[in-house]
Design a binder for this molecule. Structure first.
Ligand SMILES: NC(=O)c1ccc[n+]([C@@H]2O[C@H](COP(=O)([O-])OP(=O)(O)OC[C@H]3O[C@@H](n4cnc5c(N)ncnc54)[C@H](OP(=O)(O)O)[C@@H]3O)[C@@H](O)[C@H]2O)c1
Length: 318
């Protein structure tokens, strides 16, 4: 009898120890957020020291990085590696860009060559409306092409038929740990108002077109006040428009006053509005320049001057 009691006690002790170890391991992998389904409503603050923001999902995301739209395979691998080598840690890709495999390759090579831990790197990808009928297939394909273990953040690329259902499947992948955070792209006030009550995990981020000629001054605070981070695409106006925007007299004036480039002024203006930047580039010099945004600050007056450039001029249809 006593032997039996001792045995039961030993089994219980070992089980307790195992539980403790498992919970320790879990804590070191995921951030300390009690529930993923948190409804954070305060505006997320950017930390200019760590160059990160804490998302409502509990994960830290860098506030500046690299966009990879239009970057073909080798160029994309090189840009990703250049970013990571120079301290950048955030990369945006999408099924639609056809370069998730190149982004994954760039990340894996940079981890190996430069000794960067996976947890420091934050990769965003997106599923396209044409994939909404088979979200599991779409997510599994992205995981396979990227081949970096897990996806830091997955977005619905556009509103479309089956978007809510696709998002709910993404929520399941979050619970399984295969995706860390969720978000939306090209969602505005009306679309968000309709979408948010239908889902369990509040999106951590919305990615929309924003640049000095298209500032979304009504949409940005609407999103931010819900505790959702805003990220901009076409920060420099997008290909075909950058020359004019970077040559704008107000921007070049401000750039001259700080001894920086026009691109740096625009990207810094975004950061000071609490907007995450992912400029696209295939140039080492530009990638380095776009990471160098913390040695100067725009005054309130300069921020206002750039605000005055808004023309409600969209550079793409969505
Ligand atoms: N969710 C969506 O629907 C959506 C739509 C569009 C884009 N995006 C994302 O947003 C990212 C950013 O947009 P984007 O890449 O299309 O446009 P962008 O960042 O506004 O502009 C990219 C262009 O700017 C040039 N550039 C970059 N840095 C520069 C600098 N410091 N000085 C001068 N020129 C510079 C690049 O040329 P070089 O190669 O010579 O540097 C490239 O031609 C995309 O890459 C993509 O990840 C998302």
């Amino acid at each position: 009898m006593r032997f039996f009691q001792r045995k039961v006690f030993a089994v219980m002790a070992v089980s307790a120890l195992l539980c403790l170890c498992a919970s320790c391991a879990k804590e070191s992998e995921a951030p300390e957020i009690p529930e993923t389904e948190t409804k954070e409503t305060s505006v997320a603050e950017f930390n200019f020291e760590t160059k990160t923001v804490r998302l409502n999902s509990g994960y830290e995301m860098p506030i500046l990085g690299l966009g990879t739209y239009a970057l073909e395979h080798d160029t994309c691998v090189n840009s990703v590696k250049t970013l990571l080598k120079n301290g950048g840690r955030l990369i945006d890709t999408a099924y639609m860009y056809g370069n998730e495999d190149a982004v994954g390759q760039g990340v894996r090579e940079a981890m190996e060559e430069y000794g960067i831990p996976r947890e420091e790197i934050f990769v965003i990808t997106k599923i396209y409306p044409s994939q909404f009928h088979d979200p599991r297939g779409a997510i599994d394909t992205a995981l396979e092409k990227l081949d970096i273990g897990y996806i830091d953040m997955m977005l619905l690329h556009h509103p479309g038929t089956g978007d809510t259902e696709a998002y709910k499947v993404m929520e399941e992948y979050v619970r399984e740990g295969k995706i860390h955070s969720l978000g939306l792209s090209n969602w505005y006030v009306e679309e968000l108002t309709d979408f948010l009550p239908q889902v369990t995990i509040t999106p951590a981020l919305v990615q929309n077109e924003i640049h000095p000629y298209y500032q979304e001054r009504d949409v940005v605070p609407f999103i931010q006040e819900k505790g959702i981070v805003v990220q901009c695409w076409y920060p420099l106006g997008g290909r075909g428009y950058t020359k004019e925007l970077l040559g704008n007299e107000t921007i070049t004036d401000i750039a001259k006053a700080h001894g920086v480039s026009s691109a740096q002024v625009i990207l810094r203006w975004d950061l000071q509005r609490g907007i995450v930047v992912i400029p696209g580039s295939s140039s080492e010099a530009h990638i380095k320049e776009n990471l160098d945004l913390f040695g100067f600050e725009l005054s309130d007056e300069e921020m206002k001057r750039i605000e005055g450039l808004d023309r409600n001029e969209k550079h793409d249809w969505y």
